[in-house]
Design a protein around this ligand. Structure first.
Ligand code: FE2
Length: 249
């Protein structure tokens, strides 16, 4: 981040317009199917979150339950039936919003096997969301990304800014992009929700225009009230001048 960024980020409401979520249109990373991962715990909680997402300006939701062997052993069946139940409740309440499901795949052997079998839950034009460990740097991830693309999948790396082992360097983000990987950033990283290191990294990603997708990664309604409270912050306003692939989903 240059000195201009430092000057402006220290002052709020520098830009006249607040972050326009309706321009983002689609949220493509969240955990709002109840009871199948660490996201929404009940159908009522799911509905409250969806109402809030709609009131913030989202028109379409692609929710992405965790698939992580043993911890969250989800599959096509658990996710599809959870989504169906949620859609029924939305219909009953006459709460209109476009909603689909894919998954957030943990980078492990299980996922690699799913890729090789061609059995991956995707969204839109074959995008597949993958996350790394928060603690240790992945190895051979380029092989996975290559294999994914050979099978026709478009890799999306979840919340790049949260992998603090990449330090403050953006080299990895640039390298991944060269390899055809889409970079996704969590909006709440800009609020400081995940700590100052992650916040700084998110700001750098925005300054360098390296972000393909932005998302709420919403697990609780508090994620959304926090986001709403920061909607006039400098970096959120800056998002209005950038184009993200969310709008084409
Ligand atoms: Fe997530």
């Amino acid at each position: 981040m240059g000195w201009l960024g430092n000057v402006f980020s220290s002052k709020k409401n520098q830009l006249s317009e607040s972050f326009d979520i309706s321009r983002i249109r689609t949220d493509m990373h969240s955990h709002i199917i109840p009871g199948i991962d660490d996201g929404a715990r009940s159908i009522d909680e799911s509905i409250a979150i969806i109402q809030k997402l709609k009131s913030l300006g989202y028109q379409k939701l692609i929710t992405t339950p965790h698939i992580m062997a043993e911890v969250y052993p989800n599959n096509r069946q658990t996710i599809t039936s959870g989504l169906d139940a949620l859609k029924k409740e939305l219909d009953r309440l006459q709460l209109e919003i476009e909603i689909e499901a894919a998954a957030e795949y943990y980078f492990d052997d299980n996922f690699f096997q799913n890729v090789q079998k061609g059995d991956v839950l995707t969204f839109s034009d074959n995008y597949a969301l993958v996350e790394f460990s928060f603690h240790s740097e992945p190895s051979n991830e380029n092989v996975l990304f290559f294999e994914m693309q050979m099978k026709g999948y478009k890799p999306v790396l979840a919340h790049f800014e949260r992998y603090t082992y990449f330090n403050e360097f953006l080299d990895k983000a640039k390298l991944y992009k060269e390899l055809g990987v889409n970079i996704q950033m969590n909006l709440n990283s800009l609020t400081g929700h995940y700590g100052q290191t992650v916040k700084k990294q998110a700001e750098k990603l925005i300054e360098s225009n390296l972000v393909d997708f932005v998302a709420t990664d919403c697990h609780r309604i508090q994620h959304l009230t926090l986001l709403e409270a920061h909607i006039n912050d400098y970096y959120f306003c800056k998002l209005n001048s950038l184009d993200f692939k969310n709008a084409i989903l």
